[in-house]
Design a binder for this molecule. Structure first.
Ligand code: KG4
Ligand code: ZN
Length: 358
């Protein structure tokens, strides 16, 4: 089965083709990624310091048809050899999501193929089943490793999930305010670093002392697996307002390292707490912030000392790509989740927050 994946939930336009292989009804980790093309809009939004929804939607509309065509060419197939289409329908920016959803609905009707609606957050977790950009070799994660915990750390979400099958998730904890990636981006802005701040904060932090400033970790009383990052961001702001402009520049690396250290402590502490509470022995780290090497190393070491196996997708699949959308679409089909009808709509929130959808 060949699935065309389409992703336009935020500021990346992406199309991918995933082949589940002959006869594999339950394809997680056993198929081949035939292509995965991503057109980033980072340059488009950089001057605004954040994603501008209207600009994002216009760029998706302009770029999507060409990206799909190129992705099919790279996979060596035409529309005729595509068996199903998978599109991110939630969560994300409404105008951006609508571009992919409208295109995919039209295409599904046009080529008479089933359409699968993909939740972007779940697709980030499914990325752990993809190993290399070519999809060859042994999968990072296999079904035998389930149930697994998943720590989704992105620009829009910070969640702890339990994944029982590739398509069955339970929400264990989530952020009550900012997402961790959002906190990285806001601190990047305070430190006068380019957008998006995450990778630049990581780079600056490498030169700094993580114990230079003691920033607080937000906790939610009675909800030990929930997160809060707005206090941390404000603590960085208050510390900086007490400094002279010269001092702010001189201490940039120490501020970045101390912020990063506190953010990572929050993620690692909750992950260990979730492993102890549930007794689950596998954990997947995913989402854009999973590209952070210090986070990977710290979490990996902490989990090893608890006897919990650690899985993380290659960096290329930590961000927003259609590869994980196509793979998750294949999982939906393989686990018998029905395709959607042509009244599919875009929704700004994840299914994980719907009553009954958790
Ligand atoms: O998953 P993603 O590509 O998009 C969303 O679904 O939000 O995540 C983007 C987020 C941004 O906030 C970005 O700054 C952050 O991931 N990020 C990082 C790093 N690389 C990307 N944060 C910390 N360290 C990094 N190396
Ligand atoms: Zn994402």
């Amino acid at each position: 089965m060949r699935i065309l994946g389409i992703e336009t939930s935020c500021d990346e336009t992406s199309a991918a083709v995933y082949d589940t292989g002959a006869g594999s009804g339950r394809p997680a980790g056993r198929g081949t990624l035939l292509s995965n093309l991503v057109a980033s809009q980072v340059d488009l939004h950089a001057e605004f310091g954040g994603v501008v929804p209207e600009l994002s939607a216009r760029a998706h509309v302009e770029r999507l048809p060409a990206i799909v065509k190129e992705s099919l060419e790279a996979a060596g197939c035409g529309f005729g050899e595509i068996d199903a289409i998978a599109v991110t329908s939630r969560p994300g920016l409404l105008s951006a999501l609508l571009c992919g959803v409208s295109y995919a609905k039209g295409l599904a009707v046009g080529i008479r193929r089933p359409l699968y609606a993909v939740d972007h957050v779940k697709a980030h977790v499914a990325a752990a089943f993809l190993n290399t950009p070519a999809g060859a070799g042994a999968p990072l994660l296999s079904e035998e490793d389930l149930p697994a915990l998943a720590l989704v750390a992105s620009g829009g979400h910070t969640l702890l999930l339990k994944m029982s099958t590739p398509v069955t998730f339970e929400l264990l904890g989530c952020t009550r305010d900012d997402a961790v990636g959002e906190a990285f981006d806001k601190v990047g802005q305070l430190l006068d670093l380019p957008f998006p701040g995450g990778p630049h904060v990581e780079k600056a932090a490498a030169e700094g002392d993580p114990s230079a400033f003691r920033f607080p970790i937000g906790t939610i009383r009675g909800h030990p697996l929930d997160f809060s990052f707005s206090g941390l961001k404000t603590a960085v702001l208050y510390t900086m307002t007490k400094m002279s402009p010269k001092e702010r520049i001189a201490r940039k690396a120490d501020l970045a390292a101390s912020f990063q250290s506190a953010a990572i402590r929050a993620l690692v502490d909750r992950s260990i707490a979730a492993a102890r509470q549930t007794g689950i022995r596998s954990l997947i780290l995913c989402g854009g912030v999973a590209a952070n090497r210090t986070l990977r190393q710290t979490l990996s070491a902490a989990l090893a000392s608890e006897g919990v196996r650690f899985f993380v997708p290659p960096t290329v699949f930590c961000g927003d790509t259609a590869a994980q959308v196509a793979l998750f679409g294949a999982c939906l089909a393989g686990w018998g989740v029905p395709p959607v009808s042509d009244d599919l709509d875009a929704v700004t929130t994840s299914e994980l927050f719907d009553p009954g959808g958790r």
